[in-house]
Design a protein around this ligand. Structure first.
Ligand SMILES: Cc1cc2nc3c(=O)[nH]c(=O)nc-3n(C[C@H](O)[C@H](O)[C@H](O)COP(=O)(O)OP(=O)(O)OC[C@H]3O[C@@H](n4cnc5c(N)ncnc54)[C@H](O)[C@@H]3O)c2cc1C
Length: 936
C-alpha cells in the first residue's frame, strides 16, 4: 500500500523537514503534505441546494491515499481525487455530509474509465458503511461521465461517504451529486456542468475583484517568478498568478527539475542575476528545488502579490490591449478578476497569450523555413514529449530495495515492450527511472493532457515490466519493488508565442550579434526524438549538438500582435529546433528577468514593450547589468555610477593566478583508468603545444609509465579518428600529483583529442566546469563515446600561466565576471592576511547613498554542484566613507552568501569609499568583481 511517510523519506523530505517548513512560513508539515502531494483539507461543507447536493472531490475531509489532482482543471473545470497506487489499492478517502431532512435521493458519481478495454481504475462508493451496488470507473466509455448509483433512502442528519479504491491503478472521481429528483440526469458538457456546479455550490455570480496591478505575470515557473521579482524590485505593483500550490513550475517541490543553462557546457558561464540569487538560497538551505528560494524572494517584495492555485482562463481586451485576466481557484472554483497595465505569459503552454488571441506556433517548422538541418521536410504539429516527475529531486519513479525477490506482473493496459526492443538508449537509473520515458510527440498535450499523462503511465509501467522481466540486467532489479509512479506531468514543449523575431538554430549557432540581446543561452542543441520511446534504434534525441554561447534577442520576448503582452519561458518566440537550445531553466530565468525589467520600463515610460525595444534598449540592457544579469559584450556604461571614474587602490593585489587555485577547480571523484579516458579540446590550427599536465592519482605502490596519445578531431564530439598523431609517456608516482607530458609539436587540427590509456590502480581527476568547446571522452579503442559537458583535469602549460592579474582597478572595469582575457576582479594577494581593503577615490566629492557589490561565487561551477558557501565568496565585510578626514562606517554585513548585494544608507558627501573584507568562506584572498556607487 502506498506509504506517504516512506515516500517522503525516499524523495528526501523526511530528513529536511525544518527547512521545507520554512518555505511555507507558519504553515505546518501537514499543510506541506496536503499542498504538495495533493492532500488538501476540505474547503467547505456541501449544502443541500435546490433539491440537490454537489460534493466535490476537494470536499473529502480525509483523502486517505488518494491525491487531489488539479492538473487538468482548466480542461474539465475541476480537480479530481486520484488513486495513484502502483497496483496496490490506496487508503480510502472519507468525508461526512449532512442531510437537512430524510428523503430518497438518486446518487450520481462522476468517474472515468481511463482504459476502456481493461478498466484499470475501478473503485466503490461506500455510503454509511454500505457499498453502493456498482463499481465506478468501469463504464463502457473512456470519457468523464456521470455514473448512476441508484436511489438511496437517506435519513436527516450526518452520513458518511467513502471512496474505496479497488485496483491501485489511478481510479479517479471528480464529484458526487445527490438529487431528490429521481429523473434528473446531470449534464456531461463541461460548460453546462460549470453552470450547475456554480449554482449548487452557491458560487458568486461575478468574479471577485482581485485588484489592479501594473504587471500581471501568469505562471510562476523558472521564467515567471524572476519576471515578477525583477518588475516588483523596479517599483511595479505586480501580481504573480500560478495554478499550482507552490512556486517553481518544473523546478518546484512538486516536480524538481534541475536548473541548467550555459553553466553546464561553458567555463565561467553560470547565469547571474535573480537566477544566481535564487540558486544561492537553494544551496544555502540544502534544497534541491526552487520553490523555497522563489518563495523567500517573493515574500521579501512588498510590491508583489502571489496568487496560488489560480488558473487564468479568461482575458478581457480592448482592441489589441489586454485589460484584465480572470482566474479560477482550482480548489474552491471561485473566480477572481485582476486588472493590469502590462502582462507576461510565463505559463509554458502560452495560455494567457492564447486567450488573448496572440499569434503562436505549435510543432515543427519545415527545413526550408529557416534552413534548419534538424527540421523535417514538411512542417507538422509534433512537439517534444513530457514526462512524469516527482519532486524535489526530479525523480521519474521511486522504487524500494526489499532484500527479497519481488515479482512484477505487467498490468494489461501497460505497454509490452519486446524482449529485444533496441531502444537505442541505455538505461542508467532503473531505481529512479529515466528521462527518455517519453510518448510519441503526436499526442496533444494541450487539449488531451490527461490522456497524454495516462499514456505516460502506460509507458512507465511497461518500462518497469521490461526492467523486471526482460532486460538483460534484470537480476539487478529483482529485489526492487515499485513504490510510486508520480501522476504529475511535466511538459517540455507546447505553444510558442510569436514575437517580432523568431530565433532559429542557424542564428544561435553562428552567434548572431543581436543588438537587442537581453540574455544568453549555452545549453547544447537538445531536441528530443518526436517518437519518444517508440523511436527504436534512432534513440532518444533528434539531435544533441554542442552549441556556442548565443544571444537571445528582446524581439523574441514580446507578442507581435498583442500590444501589452510579453512572454518568458519555453513559450518565447523561437523555432522548434532552437527551443532545444534555450529551453533550460537557468536560461529561461534570465529571459524572465529581462522581460520583468522591460515591463517595468514600459510602465515607467507609458510605452509598449515594442516601444522599449525601439527607443529604450540601452537602458533595458544597462538596467539588467546593474542587477547582475549579463550577456557577452555587455559592459557597464551607467553614467550614474560614480565608481566608473574612480581611482582604485587596495591593501594588496594578486599578481597572477596561482597554480594551486587552478588545482582547486577539481571536482568529485576521479575517473579510474579502467578504460581509456580522454578530453577533446579546441585548438588553433598550426599552433605549437609545449607540454600538457594531467592531475592523476595512483594507488599502486610503485611509479608506473602512463601513455598519452593525441589525435585530431573535427569537433568536440568527434571520436572517429584511430590515427595517433603522437604518443608520449609520463611517469605517475604513488599518491596524487600533476603528471607532465612534454609535447613540443605543432598540430594542424581544429580540435585535439587527448587520450590517456587504461592503467590499473590509476585515476584521472575531473575538472569543475568545462573547457570551452571541449568534451570528455570515455571508452576503449573499439568504442569511444563523447560526453559533452565536462572535462578532465588537463592543462596546457600556457593555460596555467594565464589567468592574469587581479588589480584593484578590475573592480570598476565594467565587466563583473571572468572573461577569456581576464578574471575581471580585484583579488588581494594570497600571502596577505585578512582583513583586506579596496578603496575608491572619486574625481570630486559627491553625495553617496547606495553601494552595489558583486562577489565571487565561482560561476565556473555548475548550478547543481555549487556549494552552499563557495570558498571564494566574501562572508563578512564593511563599507566606510571618508568624511572630514575620518572613516565613517555605512555598511556592515556578516554571514553573506550572495554574489550581488545592494546597500542603501543615509546619503553622505564624500570623495573616498573603502570596502573592507574581513572574511571569506574559506579562500585566503578577498575577491570583488564589481563596486558600483550611486547617489541614491
Ligand atoms: C521531464 C523534463 C525534464 C527536464 N529536464 C531539464 C533539466 O534537467 N534542466 C533544465 O534546465 N530544464 C529541464 N527541462 C526543461 C524545463 O523544465 C522547462 O523548459 C522549463 O521548466 C520551462 O519553464 P517555464 O517557466 O516556461 O514553464 P514551467 O516550468 O512549465 O512553469 C509554468 C507554470 O505556469 C503554470 N501555469 C500554466 N498555465 C497557467 C495558467 N493559465 N494560469 C496560471 N498558471 C499557469 C504551470 O502550472 C507551471 O507551474 C525538463 C523538462 C521536462 C519536462
Amino acid at each position: 500500500m502506498f506509504n506517504r511517510r516512506r515516500f517522503l523519506a525516499q524523495i528526501g523530505l523526511a530528513g529536511s523537514v525544518p527547512f521545507v517548513l520554512s518555505a511555507f512560513g507558519e504553515e505546518t508539515y501537514q499543510d506541506y503534505v496536503e499542498k504538495v502531494l495533493g492532500f488538501r483539507k476540505a474547503r467547505r461543507d456541501p449544502k443541500w441546494v435546490d433539491g440537490s447536493m454537489w460534493i466535490n472531490a476537494a470536499d473529502f475531509s480525509d483523502y486517505g491515499g488518494w491525491v487531489y489532482d488539479t492538473q487538468f482543471a482548466h480542461l474539465m473545470g475541476s480537480g479530481v481525487l486520484l488513486a495513484a497506487g502502483t497496483g496496490r489499492p490506496v487508503e480510502d478517502a472519507k468525508m461526512m455530509f449532512t442531510m437537512p431532512e430524510a428523503k430518497p435521493v438518486r446518487i450520481w458519481v462522476r468517474a472515468r474509465n481511463w482504459d476502456r478495454a481493461t478498466r484499470p481504475g475501478r473503485f466503490q462508493v461506500v455510503l454509511n458503511g454500505k457499498k453502493l451496488n456498482r463499481e465506478f470507473g468501469a463504464a463502457d466509455s473512456d470519457e468523464w461521465i456521470w455514473e448512476d448509483a441508484g436511489i438511496q433512502e437517506l435519513s436527516a442528519g450526518m452520513h458518511s461517504l467513502v471512496l474505496h479504491d479497488l485496483t491501485g491503478y489511478y481510479g479517479r472521481c471528480d464529484a458526487i451529486l445527490l438529487s431528490e429528483d429521481p429523473s434528473f440526469v446531470p449534464p456531461s458538457g463541461v460548460d453546462e456542468m460549470k453552470i450547475l456546479r456554480a449554482r449548487l455550490m452557491q458560487l458568486p455570480e461575478k468574479p471577485k475583484d482581485g485588484g489592479s496591478f501594473d504587471l500581471i505575470v501568469a505562471g510562476a515557473g523558472p521564467a515567471g517568478a524572476p519576471a515578477a521579482l525583477a518588475a516588483a524590485r523596479l517599483g511595479l505593483k505586480v501580481a504573480l498568478v500560478t495554478d499550482r500550490p507552490v512556486l517553481g513550475g518544473n523546478a518546484s517541490l512538486e516536480l524538481g527539475v534541475n536548473f541548467n543553462g550555459a553553466d553546464q557546457h561553458h567555463p565561467n558561464a553560470r547565469e547571474g542575476g535573480i537566477c544566481e540569487e535564487a540558486t544561492r538560497i537553494r544551496a544555502r538551505f540544502d534544497a534541491k528545488e526552487m520553490s523555497l528560494a522563489f518563495g523567500r524572494l517573493a515574500d521579501e517584495e512588498n510590491n508583489l502579490t502571489v496568487f496560488k492555485n489560480k488558473h487564468i482562463n479568461k482575458v478581457y481586451k480592448t482592441g489589441s490591449i489586454i485589460d484584465a485576466v480572470e482566474a479560477f481557484d482550482v480548489c474552491t472554483y471561485e473566480t477572481v478578476r485582476l486588472n493590469g497595465k502590462m502582462f507576461v505569459d510565463a505559463t509554458g503552454d502560452a495560455w494567457l497569450g492564447y486567450y488573448a488571441g496572440a499569434d503562436y506556433r505549435l510543432g515543427r517548422e519545415s527545413q526550408s523555413e529557416y534552413g534548419e538541418k534538424y527540421a523535417p521536410a514538411v512542417a507538422d504539429n509534433v512537439t517534444m514529449s513530457g514526462s512524469l516527475l516527482a519532486g524535489p529531486k526530479g525523480t521519474f519513479w521511486l522504487t524500494e530495495r526489499t532484500g527479497v525477490d519481488v515479482p512484477f506482473q505487467r498490468p494489461a493496459w501497460a505497454y509490452d515492450f519486446p524482449a529485444n526492443p533496441e531502444f537505442g538508449r541505455s538505461l542508467k537509473w532503473f531505481q529512479t527511472g529515466d528521462w527518455w520515458f517519453e510518448y510519441d510527440g503526436k499526442m496533444d498535450d494541450l487539449y488531451e493532457a490527461e490522456q497524454a499523462r495516462d499514456e505516460l503511465l502506460r509507458i512507465y509501467f511497461g518500462m518497469w515490466n521490461w526492467i523486471k522481466n526482460t532486460w538483460e540486467r534484470r537480476d539487478e532489479a529483482r529485489s526492487y519493488e515499485m513504490e510510486f509512479i508520480p501522476p504529475w506531468f511535466a511538459k517540455r514543449e507546447s505553444r510558442r508565442l510569436l514575437g517580432d523575431h523568431v530565433l532559429t538554430h542557424p542564428e544561435a549557432l553562428r552567434v548572431e550579434p543581436f543588438e537587442d540581446a537581453v540574455a544568453y543561452a549555452g545549453w547544447g542543441l537538445d531536441v528530443h526524438h518526436p517518437k519518444g520511446v517508440f523511436s527504436g534504434r534512432e534513440g532518444p534525441f533528434m539531435c544533441v549538438d554542442h552549441m556556442p554561447i548565443s544571444l537571445i534577442p528582446y524581439r523574441c520576448c514580446y507578442s507581435r500582435n498583442v500590444d501589452n503582452l510579453l512572454m518568458a519561458g519555453r513559450n518565447i518566440s523561437v523555432s522548434h529546433v532552437a527551443l532545444g537550445h534555450v529551453r533550460v531553466q537557468s536560461t529561461l530565468a534570465t529571459v524572465g528577468q529581462a522581460v520583468g525589467t522591460a515591463a517595468a520600463l514600459a510602465v515607467k515610460y507609458g510605452m509598449t514593450p515594442r516601444g522599449i525595444g525601439q527607443s529604450r534598449l540601452k537602458e533595458l540592457q544597462q538596467t539588467l547589468l546593474k542587477n547582475d544579469q549579463w550577456f557577452p559584450g555587455l559592459k557597464n556604461e551607467d553614467s550614474a555610477d560614480l565608481a566608473r571614474t574612480a581611482v582604485c587602490s587596495a591593501s594588496s593585489e594578486q599578481a597572477s593566478r596561482p597554480f594551486d587555485e587552478v588545482a582547486g577547480d577539481l571536482t568529485g571523484k576521479p575517473a579510474e583508468l579502467t578504460s581509456g579516458r580522454g578530453c577533446i579540446i579546441p585548438w588553433e590550427k598550426g599552433k605549437k603545444l609545449s607540454s600538457l599536465l594531467a592531475l592523476m592519482e595512483s594507488k599502486a605502490g610503485v611509479g608506473q609509465r602512463v601513455n598519452l596519445r593525441i589525435r585530431a578531431a573535427s569537433g568536440p564530439q568527434d571520436t572517429s579518428s584511430r590515427e595517433d598523431l603522437l604518443i608520449k609517456w609520463g611517469q605517475v608516482e604513488p599518491g596524487r600529483h600533476w603528471v607532465p607530458f612534454q609535447i613540443n609539436q605543432s598540430f594542424d587540427a581544429d580540435y585535439l583529442w587527448v587520450i590517456i590509456d587504461k592503467l590499473d590502480s590509476v585515476s584521472w581527476f575531473l575538472r569543475k566546469g568545462t573547457v570551452d568547446g571541449g568534451a570528455r571522452t570515455w571508452g576503449s579503442d573499439w568504442k569511444w563515446s563523447s560526453i559533452p559537458g565536462g572535462s578532465m583535469m588537463l592543462f596546457t602549460d600556457e593555460e596555467l600561466a594565464a589567468g592574469g592579474s587581479s588589480p584593484a582597478s578590475a573592480a570598476v572595469n565594467g565587466i563583473p565576471r571572468p572573461s577569456e582575457q581576464s578574471m575581471n576582479q580585484w583579488a588581494s594577494a594570497a600571502d596577505q592576511p585578512m582583513p583586506q581593503w579596496l578603496q575608491l577615490d572619486f574625481e570630486k566629492a559627491a553625495s553617496i547613498g547606495r553601494v552595489q557589490l558583486t562577489f565571487d561565487t565561482d560561476l565556473n561551477c555548475r548550478n547543481f554542484d555549487t556549494p552552499a558557501f563557495p570558498a571564494q565568496c566574501v562572508r563578512d565585510y564593511r563599507v566606510e566613507v571618508e568624511e572630514n578626514g575620518r572613516w565613517v562606517p555605512v555598511v556592515e554585513e556578516r554571514g553573506n552568501f550572495q554574489r550581488h548585494r545592494i546597500h542603501t544608507f543615509t546619503a553622505r558627501r564624500t570623495s573616498k569609499l573603502r570596502v573592507w573584507v574581513d572574511a571569506t568562506h574559506g579562500d585566503r584572498q578577498a575577491r570583488i568583481y564589481e563596486v558600483r556607487v550611486y547617489g541614491s
